[in-house]
Design a protein around this ligand. Structure first.
Ligand code: KIV
Ligand code: ZN
Length: 386
């Protein structure tokens, strides 16, 4: 493993597809998987094959269609799920079985009605069995974010001995604070026997809006795989967003961490996922939202027109978003209005511009959006005092 390489494990087609009302058919999943391959993700979690014949079939077809990323299939810690995942992965050039079990006491007692030792034994059995079907076995310690860390370490040590190659530490309920999650990853990476032979993975949920911050804390403390989804979609409030974690690592060179993602393809993949899932991206969503590179207040517009770096930390073209936009509204200033008029081929003296600007403000106060037609009319109709 290269120390500064962070592997991107995309779970848009598994955790992401758990969003109510956003299910995809096999053809749609294959289209997304192909675009994820082109984006450069390292692992595609293609589904949970035992959950339905449709999901099983999707994992088969994605395995045939995609060559470079590892294709991963989810299971619970039992032989039936693992057999099913292994069958679904039979055509994958590179494959991984992702198996696991709850690790927090609340899961152990209330979900499994079991105890720590039995759950640990079941996890070990699942990894050992999956290992007979597939060399690459990832283990998830569900709800690790709320687990007793000494028990978690014992569990992780045992599944590494049983052959796990990747250890996933999910903050399943999105409960952890970034410092806590980072500290948990550090604790495991320093105190667990055999940990140097595996990759530690972050899988963070967004219930408190901290999924990306927690993943950042994870990689800063030794994790080298991030599980994430395009547009941050996923169960409940979603998962770490792929575009956010990738662009954080790109933007903060001092972290000295890199991914294989071709960032110019980010917006195209975001749009594809949004369209096929019928799930709009919120306008203020970082990186891929409609307003992510739109400047609307006069002060900001004036700055950006003088030097983009005044209010932009990412060049929009690096994520395939084209150019930033100067949106005209009642909050816009003369610089922005002049910029738009020039783009339309008009040139005015400062006095003319002052007059047009007054008319523009009156119009902007009474309408939601100033269109090119509005601007043309203002420019053509303007009358200077005699
Ligand atoms: O959130 C979670 O714990 C999961 C596991 C199944 C990996 O999605
Ligand atoms: Zn999850």
């Amino acid at each position: 493993m290269k120390d500064n390489q962070v592997y991107i494990f995309d779970t848009t087609l598994r955790d992401g597809e758990q969003v109510p009302g956003c299910q995809l058919n096999t053809d749609e999943k294959v289209r997304i998987a192909i675009s994820l391959e082109s984006l450069g993700v390292d692992v595609i979690e293609a589904g949970f094959p035992v959950s339905s014949p449709g999901d099983f079939n999707s994992v088969i077809e994605i395995s045939k269609a995609v060559q470079n990323p590892v294709i991963c299939a989810l299971t619970r810690a039992n032989k039936k799920d693992i057999d099913c995942a292994a069958d679904a992965l039979q055509y994958a050039r590179r494959k991984r079985i992702h198996t696991g079990i709850g690790s927090s006491d609340i899961h152990i007692q209330h979900k499994f009605r079991s105890n720590r030792d039995q759950v640990l034994e079941q996890g070990v059995m699942a990894v050992a069995y999956a290992k007979t079907k597939c060399e690459d076995v990832e283990f998830y310690a569900e709800d690790a974010g709320r687990a007793d860390r000494h028990f978690l370490r014992r569990m992780v040590e045992a599944v590494i001995k049983a052959g796990a190659t990747v250890i996933n530490i999910p903050d399943t309920t999105g409960y952890c604070l970034p410092e806590e999650y980072g500290e948990l990853i550090r604790f495991l990476s320093e105190e667990t026997q055999g940990i140097q032979n595996v990759i530690l993975s972050c899988h963070c949920h967004n219930d408190l809006g901290l999924a990306t911050a927690n993943a950042v804390a994870g990689v800063r403390n030794g994790a080298r795989q991030v599980e994430c989804t395009v547009n941050g979609i996923g169960e409940r409030a979603g998962n770490t967003s792929l575009e956010e974690i990738v662009m954080i690592l790109e933007s903060h060179k001092s972290l000295d961490l890199r991914t294989h993602i071709r960032t110019q393809e980010i917006c195209a993949v975001s749009k594809l996922v949004s369209r096929l899932m019928h799930m709009n991206v919120q306008p203020n969503k970082a990186i891929v939202g409609k307003n992510a590179f739109a400047h609307s207040s006069g002060i900001h517009q004036d700055g950006v027109l003088k030097h983009a770096g005044t209010y932009e930390i990412i060049d929009p073209s690096t994520v395939g978003a084209g150019k930033s936009s100067i949106v005209l509204s009642a909050r816009s200033g003369r610089a922005a209005l002049n910029h738009h008029l020039k783009t339309l081929g008009y040139s005015f003296t400062p006095e003319e511009l002052t007059l047009i600007y007054q008319q523009f403000l009156t119009l902007a106060d009474s309408t939601k959006e100033i269109t090119t037609d509005h601007l043309r009319r203002l420019a053509e109709n303007h009358k200077l005092p005699a």
